[in-house]
Design a protein around this ligand. Structure first.
Ligand SMILES: [Cu+2]
Length: 148
């Protein structure tokens, strides 16, 4: 009889304590997602970046243009979230978009946390490169992916 009470107490304790123990793992912030993006005339490869909300996004750009053109990434997203930038680049704001530009052969990296779900377009802000098809988007999915 006493044994049953102890067992019941243990089961009850397990039921009460386990969710508390596992909760922090589920609430953990997102993963770190690294993308290497090539810039040439006139495209980004890859041009579509998909992450989950809460992920830390690292975009590593290389201007690999054989025709020696400058290229940039320009986006309104970077007006809301200012990424941590490193490498060899020039930055500024034009047409309500913050841009990061690289000369041929140069590399730079942008890092930010995707705090907002949605699709955030970007273009190359150099001359008419965007109109020539040098564009893309960062898609931030609202649902957190289950960690395997
Ligand atoms: Cu360009």
């Amino acid at each position: 009889m006493r044994m049953r009470v102890v067992l019941a107490a243990l089961v009850l304790a397990a039921v009460l304590v386990l969710p508390v123990l596992t909760a922090p793992a589920q609430a953990q912030s997102g993963a770190r997602k690294v993308f290497q993006i090539s810039m040439v005339s006139f495209k980004f490869t890859p041009s579509l970046i998909t992450v989950n909300r809460g992920d830390t996004v690292v975009l590593q750009f290389t201007n690999e243009d054989p025709d020696s053109r400058n290229h940039s990434i320009a986006s309104r997203l970077f007006m809301q979230i200012e990424p941590k930038a490193s490498g060899e680049f020039r930055t500024g704001v034009a047409e309500d978009r913050r841009f990061f530009a690289a000369e041929p052969g140069k590399k730079f990296e942008l890092e930010f946390v995707a705090t907002q779900a949605g699709s955030f377009p970007f273009v190359c802000g150099v001359f008419d490169h965007g109109a020539r098809g040098q564009s893309g988007a960062i898609n931030v999915l609202a649902a957190a992916a289950a960690q395997p």
